[in-house]
Design a protein around this ligand. Sequence first.
Ligand code: DGP
Length: 125
Amino acid sequence: MSYAYDDQNIFAKILRGEIPNTTVLETEHSLAFRDLYPQAPTHVLVIPKGPYVSYDHFASEASEAEIVDYTRAIAEVCRMEGVALTAGDGFRMISNAGSDGVQDVPHLHVHILGGRPLGRMLAKA
Ligand code: DGP
């Protein structure tokens, strides 16, 4: 079974420049921008520029250049935001996928959250 990518999703529109964003970092294959509804002092979304729905899709089908670029872009954002362990107090990365993961935007994104203690990983259901 293959992954279905909807090119009308909001992050595809951001990548095409149809919707504004507050860019934190742009690299050859990745874009990082501030979440519109921040849930912590640092709340940045990092997306690959390619049409991938989820992390499993990306890891299966992206080129090595895209994977290296994306992985390093995430780390660079952590450093830029002062949450990397080189100088900061840490962060959480979240990547929701599909309905059980409660993914609202079907373009791969990692949330980078930090700047305050974030509590335990999941609220009890
Ligand atoms: P998720 O549930 O993991 O798919 O999170 C989607 C995130 O995207 C959510 O935290 C809010 C954010 N978001 C939704 N629309 C926009 C937008 O137009 N611009 C920006 N910057 N963020 C958005």
